[in-house]
Design a protein around this ligand. Structure first.
Ligand SMILES: Nc1ncnc2c1ncn2[C@@H]1O[C@H](COP(=O)(O)OP(=O)(O)OP(=O)(O)O)[C@@H](O)[C@H]1O
Length: 252
């Protein structure tokens, strides 16, 4: 049996009196593609932020390849192999696509090495033709791809994708799904936050469901689509009671 690459144990994050992530525990095996879903405000981004060191945990443990990583700074956690993309794309808008991606590579490489790596990654994700364009001149879907490229340039073992498919056309989503699968085949483990349920169901082999900060389900997309607690969380209890063994459209 392979050892888990990530162990999250009783993780809690509070903001004053608000418990944004509440006693959450799960493990990731290397090479999994796991979706993290839940209604607005469920705690998905906060969980990503705690895992990647943007916020320290209020309680609980995070073990990255068996070593505690909770409370370390983001660059330390990225250097150990876990990083995330940002929901509201945080590129340097005045810099070129290439220079944005290079910043990811500087974590583990000299500048010339980082530039070489960044060019290879831009080629890999299909952005080589816009390498010299200013990030501020890109369309939103292009920016999201650059965000992914920059995260890839940190050479992650675990990549947390925060809504990179927002505003993509169905064809562009297919491209992202193909890219994520092929990167997984090269050894990267993924956790994906995405509101587009069809894309999540297609891409992910396992789903974790948060509601009001609590992990209410962990299973295959088929199991999750039939799970009463999940349906209730999305649609309210009256719908869940009326439902007769039929997955609602929101989870189909
Ligand atoms: N820095 C912060 N300070 C105070 N409260 C916060 C902070 N960040 C998040 N929250 C609160 O924590 C809860 C969880 O928010 P979070 O953004 O993690 O949810 P989410 O599941 O990612 O939501 P969405 O799907 O809308 O992006 C919300 O009630 C939010 O208002």
């Amino acid at each position: 049996m392979t050892a888990p690459i990530l162990q999250v144990q009783n993780l809690t994050r509070r903001f004053g009196g608000l418990v944004a992530v509440n006693d959450v525990s799960f493990e990731l095996d290397p090479g999994e593609i796991v979706g993290l879903i839940g209604p607005n405000g469920a705690g998905k981004t906060t969980l990503f932020n705690v895992l990647t060191g943007i916020y320290p945990p209020s309680a609980g443990q995070i073990l990255l390849r068996g070593a505690p990583s909770g409370g370390l700074k983001p660059h330390k956690i990225a250097a150990r192999g876990m990083t995330k993309t940002f929901q509201n794309v945080a590129l340097f808008m005045e810099s070129s696509v290439l220079d944005n991606v290079v910043t990811g590579g500087l974590l583990k490489n000299t500048l010339p090495e980082a530039r070489k790596k960044a060019r290879a990654i831009l080629e890999r994700v299909g952005l080589a033709s816009i390498a010299d364009k200013k990030a501020g001149d890109l369309s939103f879907p292009e920016r999201a791809r650059v965000e992914v490229a920059r995260a890839l340039c940190t050479e992650p073992d675990i990549l947390l994708l925060d809504e990179v498919m927002a505003a993509l056309t169905p064809a562009e989503m297919e491209d992202v799904i193909t890219l994520v699968r092929s990167l997984r085949d090269e050894g990267i483990t993924f956790v994906v936050v995405e509101h587009h349920m069809k894309a999540v169901m297609k891409l992910c082999e396992r789903l974790l469901v948060l509601n009001f900060g609590e992990l209410i389900a962990d299973g295959t997309p088929t199991d999750i689509a039939q799970n009463d607690r999940v349906i209730e969380a999305y649609l309210g209890s009256s719908f869940a009671k009326k439902r007769q063994h039929q997955a609602p459209e929101v989870l189909a």
